[in-house]
Write a protein that binds this ligand. Sequence first.
Ligand SMILES: [Zn+2]
Length: 362
Amino acid sequence: MALIIQNGEIVTSKERYVADIRVEGEQIAQIGQHVAVESGDTVINAGGKYIFPGGIDAHTHLDLPFMGTTAKDDFATGTIAAVAGGTTCIIDFVIPDKSVPMMDGFAQWMAKAEGKSVIDYGFHLAVTWWDKSVQRELGLAYNAGMTSFKTFLAYKGAIGIEDSELYQIMGTAKELGGAMVTVHAENAEIVWQLQQKLLAEGKTQPIDHAHSRPPIVEAEGTHRAITMAAIHDAPVFIVHMSTADALEKVRDARFRGQHVYVETCPQYLLLDESLYRRPNWEGAKWVMSPPLREKYHQTALWNGIRAGLVHTIATDHCPFDFHGQKDMGGTNNFAKIPNGIPGIGDRMQLMYTYGVTEGRID
Ligand SMILES: [Zn+2]
C-alpha cells in the first residue's frame, strides 16, 4: 500500500538525480534506482518532472480576524492551496486580542486548525500586550512548542506594542534560552501621523497607503528592533522585509556580529508600487503592510538573498475578497482597507521561475 514515484528528477539542497521514491504512510522509506513495486502500491510516473522536498511557509495568516473582517482562507482552503503549490508545512500566528491570555489564544488557534489543516502546521505566538501574567505564560508557550514570539511595532492602538514591552519580551525570550523574537518593523507613530496628514489633504487612495509607510519607516523599525536585541545580546528575526533601507541596517548589524535574521516575501521581490495606481481602485488588491515599493528595492532584496542577509522566503498569506472585504470601508480611506494579499499556493513556483530559471538564485 505504498506510493511509488518513478523516474522523477529529485532536487535537494546539494544535488539533482533521477530516481524512484517509495513512500509509506508519511515517510519516505526508500530512494533508489528501480524501486520494487508490490501489489497494492500506487505508482506515479514522474518522468520529466522535478521532485522537491515539501516547502515550509513560515508566515501565514489563516482564519485571522483583522481590520473588521476575517482573512478569507481558513485552515482547510488555505492548506489545500498550499499543498497544491508544494508547501507541506506552514507556521501560522496565534494573535490573541489585547488582554486575552496567551494560552487561551493558543487554544483558539488550535481549534481553528484541528481537523481542517491537510498539512503540518505550527504557530508563532504574537505577544500583543504585556504584564507579569504574560511573562509567565511565555514559558508555558515555549514548552508547548511556540518558540518564536511575534511583535508588531506597527498597528498603533490595535495589536502593536510599545518599546517598553518589546524590551521586556526580548528579555524574557533571552531568559527562556532559544526563543526568538520576530518583529514587524514599522514605526507605528510615524505611520499614524502620515495617515492623518494624507487623509486631511484628501489623499485617500491605495497609492497613499504606500506614501503613509515610506521605506525609512521600515528602516527605523528594523534599527530599533536590532538595538533592542543588542541590549539583550539576543537574536532577532525581522519579517517581511521590503526595502533596501532596512536591509542596510541588517547588514551593518551583522558586520557588528549580531544575529539578525530576515524574511522577505515573493511580492516584495516581484511586484512594485505602480500597481497602486491601477484605475478603478484596483490598487486596493495589493494594500498590505509593509506596502509594495519602488522597483530598485527588489534588486537589493535579491542581492540580500544571495549574500546571505535574507534567510527565508515566506508569503504573509492573508487574503481578502476585492468585493465585500477590501471595499468594506476603505474606498475613500486607504487606512481602512484590510491589509493583506494571497500567495500561499504560489511561493515555490514563483521562486523557481523568477529566482532559479532567471539566474538570480540557484
Ligand atoms: Zn503577517
